[in-house]
Design a protein around this ligand. Structure first.
Ligand code: CP
Length: 303
């Protein structure tokens, strides 16, 4: 694979291999060395988890990293991203981790880069966040490996969530039994890839094995006259009371960053069933597996 852009590119077999490879890295601490490669982080939108985890993943694989500071880069002088990438490639960068506010941004630039350059999509607009979905399913497989029996509930802004999109794609691919997408009517997409849309938190969480909260993008609430934070929290907030609908050992997940007291209460986010920091931990290993898939695919399936 030359570029890692979206879940629709990969097969079930490849998804499971990536998950197993990431679990192997985590379990053994055995990392191959891929010196001679250089990774650049190009983040046109804020990030803590994704950017730093790609940097740490590269470091563990012996790969140099550069972080383009877009506020002081020549793009401020009118250089277009394709020229930025060609310029960095001329200096030896061959892996480009790209996050952008525009849907399809990574996919568009992947068509115009040099032969030896690899684009990794680190989140494009409201469209997709494939490495997040893979690390989420790595975390699920690690704790509840019988995927075909699982009920997963995703709660929040389904309409604008790239994470919800990529999770739906991967849930189909991996044969998840049931997926519920819980959101206020205003945040129901007109079409979904997989699952049941509902406005009922009780229905969505009923007997769920996994509950994934999504960040409330506050600007979207203030822009919507029908919704406000108080009513959102009351009807869709992941509180200890709401989670009594789910199984007692339900995994509580969230891609982060979290809004404490809005989409999730602190006692839930920090509780014994929370896997939020496990997701962050696993993100480093999953991103190692993704980088390796692009630069050494023949070695990437040792588990
Ligand atoms: N989950 C996620 O993408 O977090 P960041 O925005 O901090 O990278």
């Amino acid at each position: 694979m030359k570029h890692f852009l979206e879940i629709s590119q990969i097969s079930q077999d490849l998804a499971l291999r990536l998950i197993n490879r990431a679990l192997f890295f985590k379990r053994t601490g055995e990392y191959p060395s891929y010196t001679g490669n250089t990774l650049a982080n190009l983040f046109y939108e804020n990030s803590t988890r994704t950017r730093i985890s790609f940097e740490l993943a590269a470091y563990k694989l012996g790969i140099n990293t550069v972080n383009l500071d877009l506020n002081s880069s020549s793009e401020k002088k009118g250089e277009v991203v394709e020229d930025t990438i060609h310029t960095l490639a001329a200096m030896g960068v061959n892996l480009f981790v790209v996050r952008h506010t525009k849907n399809g941004f990574s996919q568009a630039i992947a068509g115009s880069v040099d032969e030896g350059s690899h684009i990794i999509n680190a989140g494009d607009g409201t469209h997709s966040h494939p490495s997040q979905a893979l690390l989420d399913f790595m975390t699920i497989v690690e704790n509840k490996p019988n995927l075909k029996n699982l009920k997963i509930a995703i709660v929040g802004d389904i309409l604008h969530s790239r994470v919800a999109n990529s999770l739906q794609s991967l849930a189909v691919l991996l044969g998840i039994k049931e997926l519920f997408l819980v959101a206020p009517e205003e945040w129901h997409p007109t079409s979904i890839q997989f699952g049941h849309l509902t406005t009922s938190l009780q229905e969505g969480l009923h007997n769920a094995d996994i509950v994934v909260g999504l960040r409330v993008q506050k600007e979207r609430l203030t822009a919507n006259a029908q919704l406000n934070l108080a009513s959102y929290k009351q009807n869709f907030g992941l509180t200890a009371q709401a989670l009594t609908y789910a199984k007692s050992d339900a995994m509580i997940m969230h891609p982060g960053p979290i809004n404490r007291g809005v989409e999730i209460d602190s006692d839930v986010a920090d509780g014994e069933n929370s896997y939020i920091l496990k997701q962050v931990e696993n993100g480093v290993f999953m991103r190692m597996a993704i980088i390796e898939l692009l630069i050494a695919p023949q070695l990437s399936f040792k588990t």
